[in-house]
Design a protein around this ligand. Sequence first.
Ligand code: KG4
Ligand code: ZN
Length: 334
Amino acid sequence: MVKILAIETSCDETAAAVVEDGREILSNIVASQVDLHKRFGGVVPEIASRSHQEVISPVIKEALDMAGLGLAGLDAIAVTQGPGLPGALIIGVATAKAIAYATGKPLIGVNHLEGHIFANYIQFPKLRPPLIALVVSGGHTLLALVRGWGDYEVIGQTLDDAAGEAFDKIAKFLGMGYPGGAALSKLAETGDPRAIDFPRAMMGSGDFNFSLSGLKTAVINYVTKNKDSITKDDLPDICASFEAAIVDVQVSKSVKAARTRNVNTIVLAGGVGANTRLRSELAKASKSSGIELFYPRVQLCTDNAAMIASAAYLHYLQKDFLTLAAESQPNMAL
Ligand code: KG4
Ligand code: ZN
């Protein structure tokens, strides 16, 4: 039995988890900093680093306590090495290095995006590559071909904003606070997704890239132009139409990627993977193309350390360890 402690501090969640053999979650602690960043309408990097530093030790202790383990009971220490906020990643990496040094246990660096994909590995033991992964989060939007676990080819990505970033910016613009992705999506449930015809950018671009900044501008222009006639009652339609514009392109490109690469499995990953419309529309389109779709439970979609520990298990089996000279990689590619 391989027990791995993983630490995740790439953005605004301080997280630690202990996972056995890549799937058995013994503990999964997430300390969110949302309340600290809310009043600034977005993540403030300096505040994120300081808060990670303040809570990382108690978060790790809680993860170990809940798993019923001391450091001696661990087989390896894993950490998110990148991509992410430089000052935030450093806290996790320095802490993991210190624990690895003090205990003599191997140190494993995990790519945050690989971690998001592994949320599916945790939940679906029958899942086997090859598969197409749609990774959609606050910082990333990409389509990857997973040839095997650990063998990735990025086949498309956003040329500007990430999907979660677009959700959050529009939510903020509409006065729903930060991060407003989930709140916007909740309001969209009661709206008509066909009410306003927002642009489906790059729908027919012939590649697997995305662009979201034009849609953001279109929504802002629409609201500004009609500000005298728009009331609170129009918000659900605006939200639903915006959401549908994002979801349509993502669904179409994911299914096309699977068809083009002769793959019959798609997995959803990342915080936006929690979106109800994305899940249901992708499920419909996959089904009608004979593709099987998997998506993790919401708790594993958004940032957590269990997914990092799960991906680290693969690296552990391959003896893919870091030295204590390793550094964080804010721009680490999948
Ligand atoms: O994966 P994640 O926790 O952090 C990053 O790695 O970025 O993703 C967070 C993002 C935020 O932008 C948040 O607004 C978005 O995921 N999100 C949603 C929903 N739940 C979270 N976006 C749309 N619909 C949701 N239900
Ligand atoms: Zn993430």
